[in-house]
Design a protein around this ligand. Structure first.
Ligand code: MOS
Length: 732
């Protein structure tokens, strides 16, 4: 494919709408007779509700109704319809702190908020299970990639560790994290008879539609989700969280639209999280640096009434050439909301530990950490013994080392100083599975010459509208402004969840297919039409280039609009369904990259500043250089945040999140973020579809915390294995 606009760093097409406030987010739709829901969350994390006193609240001005487990209509909850079935005011059992117990619906947000404060709830509290190492906790072996994880082990890793010439055996922990997108989870639900319309910012509106239909026992065609612009999501907005179903229940009760905005505090309790992890990595190598064995095991938690496994061992069997591997994960049930996808689920936590361990073993071997990685470079996927669909990690290492100046890395600790602080340099590998899912996209040629593409996918800020428009323009060979890419409405052809860094490969390949199908349909109809200049010419001899339809044999060309006129059609529309089966693709599909971090450390005060980051990523063919780099740099920023700032702290008695605000849950500000140099190594991956692209979204985050921790070790000789890097852990 000879691309003209694909690859160019176009600015986001919806940018002007966003900065002028014209792009509407879920909570901003002004519906007539709107009402407002405010929830009261449980102050305990385990036990039962003994008594709810609504006497004051119900009398408060503007209150329309108050839902409790006693009067809340029960929903048709089936497996998979909601993430935490017990959470929709079903009974008086409390499984996590913050769990909604009461929902106040009122004429205004102010009334609902004030009335919610007048609700008195009494509980019978039990001792909650909160910690991964709680002896009373129910534990079971976790699955990774929907299979038993032990199946991903190979060789005799324990024996190889015993006999290894050089080895390390370390424990790493990551704390719990909470999503904090700028746009809070918000929903408006509105009924018209038995038809439900939901304004949401959801990554998976098509599934949301089906699940809500099941919950209310109505046909899916009666549910319409409008979810166009999301102010960030990062995995956390992929499910039907309880506020969504509750808003729909409430709207039915008051027979008016209900708006439910989950406030910042409640976001720490009711819309998923990233599980904490405890990990052990033991590694052994020959004296020459040949890796012999990796053992990676540990635990993450899940909820009492739902399962999500943080797959921290996901990359370990694949990343390096190594004859024996043992991976194992245990899942611990705790009194917390169920965890969910959060940016690079699995890799963010697991690659941190693995890449820290690689640095530790390189140090024991007295080898340069980059040289050690190259020594054990996996040319073939060692887990499945097959080729990668594409892998240019070696080029990422080389380019990163050159741009960063890896050769200037201090050889001794506490030696090189700048601005009174010790300088350290570290690096780590980044990796993330490359995925694609199936989807439907429609393409229509209109009589005004516009091509309208439609898909129920969403714009969460990554640049989907822009990239899909670029792809459509190139595949139809028409200018960008001839394309309208419409999304965010479940009345459009169905797209799967916009997550897993898979939207470009998923929807992008759908756009390619729809464009090709539209052209094929035009060619077929033109060759069969009596009034067509192409009558009788085989459709494969009709070509599309430079906005024109041409028959090579006659040299005759017409425009798309002329074609419609000749065919006497007001418009021509096709729907394309992609049909991938990843299992049939005999390649391992992953994105790769390398991060290089420079830190400045004051070990007396425990201060660490990341002073420079160089990140080189590969993601197949780049669709838009600007949006691609913005994903990489966003990932690096979150990686720095994970290394230095983020940690959800629980009250050990009641299991409540103690730092449930930006005052307590730290995320970086501009001063925390250094100059980030991002580079992309050009690749073309022929196996994930005609675009040649792999996903980029989450790749940039994986490995960043390890590069920073490794740089701290290089600066001071202090090895930190528990994130985040707070001053107490940095002090010498
Ligand atoms: Mo992805 S976990 O939706 O950032």
């Amino acid at each position: 494919m000879n691309t003209k606009v694909v690859g160019k760093g176009l600015a986001r097409l919806e940018g002007a709408l966003k900065v002028t406030g014209k792009a509407r987010y879920a909570a901003e739709f002004p519906l007539e007779k709107m009402t407002y829901a405010v929830a009261v969350g449980s102050t305990i994390s385990s036990g039962t509700v003994r008594k709810i006193d609504l006497s004051k609240a119900i009398k408060y001005k503007g209150v329309l109704t108050i839902l409790t487990p006693e009067n809340c209509p029960s929903l048709n909850v089936k497996e998979g319809t909601v993430v935490s079935p017990s959470l929709i005011l079903k009974n008086n059992v409390i499984l996590h702190a913050g769990q909604y117990v009461v929902l106040v619906i009122a004429e205004s947000l102010e009334s609902a908020t004030e009335a919610s404060r007048l609700v008195k709830i009494e509980y019978d509290e039990k001792t909650p299970v909160l910690a991964l190492n709680d002896q009373k906790a129910e534990k079971y072996p976790g699955k990774v990639m929907s299979g038993p994880i032990a199946n991903r082990s190979r060789g005799d890793a324990e024996a190889a560790l015993k006999s290894a010439a050089v080895k390390i055996d370390s424990k790493y922990t990551t704390p719990g994290h909470n999503h904090n997108p700028m746009e809070m989870h918000s929903v408006i639900a509105s009924w018209d008879g038995d038809k439900l319309t939901v304004y949401d910012g959801n990554q998976n509106p098509a599934a949301e539609k089906n699940n809500l239909a099941k919950l209310f026992g109505i046909p899916p065609a009666n549910v319409r989700i409008l979810s166009k612009f999301l102010g960030g999501a990062f995995g956390g907005k992929s499910y039907v969280w309880p506020h969504i179903s509750l808003a729909a229940v409430a709207a039915k009760q008051v027979n008016r639209p209900v708006k439910f905005v989950v406030n910042r505090k409640q976001q720490f309790a009711n819309v998923g999280r990233r599980s904490p992890t405890q990990q052990r990595i033991a590694m052994g190598a020959d004296r020459d640096g040949t890796l012999k064995t990796i053992i990676h095991e540990g635990s993450s938690d899940t909820a009492m009434d739902g399962e999500f496994v943080e797959q921290f061992t996901i990359a370990t069997p694949m990343l390096y050439s190594c004859p024996s591997i043992k991976v194992a994960q245990e899942v611990v049930r705790t009194n917390k909301i169920v965890p969910t996808y959060m940016r690079a689920p699995g890799e963010a936590t697991g690659v941190w530990a693995l890449e820290s361990a690689m640095d530790e073993l390189a140090h024991e071997l007295k080898m340069d950490p980059l040289e050690f990685r190259m020594k054990n470079y996996a040319k073939l996927d060692p887990e499945h013994n097959r080729e990668f669909s594409s892998k240019s990690l070696d080029k990422c290492y080389a380019l990163g080392a050159e741009k960063f100046g890896w050769d200037k890395r201090p050889k001794e600790v506490l030696k090189l100083k700048r601005n009174g602080m010790y300088v350290g340099m570290g690096m780590a590998t980044a990796t993330r599975g490359a995925k694609h899912f199936n989807c439907s996209v429609s393409a229509a040629l209109q009589s005004d010459g516009k091509f309208v593409f439609k898909s129920s996918t969403i714009e969460q800020g990554a640049g989907t509208i822009t990239v899909m428009t670029q792809i459509a323009a190139d595949w139809l060979s028409v200018p960008l402004d001839a394309i309208d890419f419409e999304l965010g409405d479940t009345d459009f052809p169905s797209a799967p969840v916009a997550a897993g860094s898979a939207t470009v490969t998923t929807v992008g390949n759908g756009v390619v297919g729809a464009a090709q199908k539209l052209q094929a349909e035009l060619a077929k109809q033109l060759s069969g039409s009596a009034s067509s200049p192409f009558k009788g010419i085989a459709s494969q001899d009709i070509s599309f280039a430079d906005g024109k339809i041409t028959a090579a044999s006659t040299g005759k060309s017409i425009t798309y609009v002329e074609a419609l006129r000749i065919l006497n059609l007001p418009k021509l529309e096709v729907i394309h369904d992609t049909s991938f089966n990843d299992r049939e693709i005999p390649y391992s599909m992953h994105g790769f990259g390398a991060h290089f971090a420079e830190v400045l450390v004051d070990p007396d005060l425990g201060i660490l500043r990341v002073s420079r980051m160089v990140s080189v990523m590969t993601c197949g063919k780049v669709m838009n250089e600007r949006t691609c780099r913005s994903q990489i740099e966003g990932g690096v920023i979150w990686g720095i945040s994970m290394a230095l700032h983020e940690e959800t702290v629980l009250d050990k008695r009641h299991g409540r999140v103690m730092n449930d605000s930006f005052a307590g849950y730290h995320i970086p500000v501009n001063m925390d973020i250094p100059k980030i140099e991002s580079y992309i190594v050009d690749e073309e991956d022929k196996h994930l579809g005609p675009l040649g692209a792999k996903g980029i979204g989450e790749l940039g985050m994986a490995g960043v915390p390890a590069a920073i921790v490794n740089a701290l070790f290089n600066a001071t000789g202090k090895r930190v294995r528990d994130l985040p890097l707070t001053p107490d852990k940095i002090m010498l």
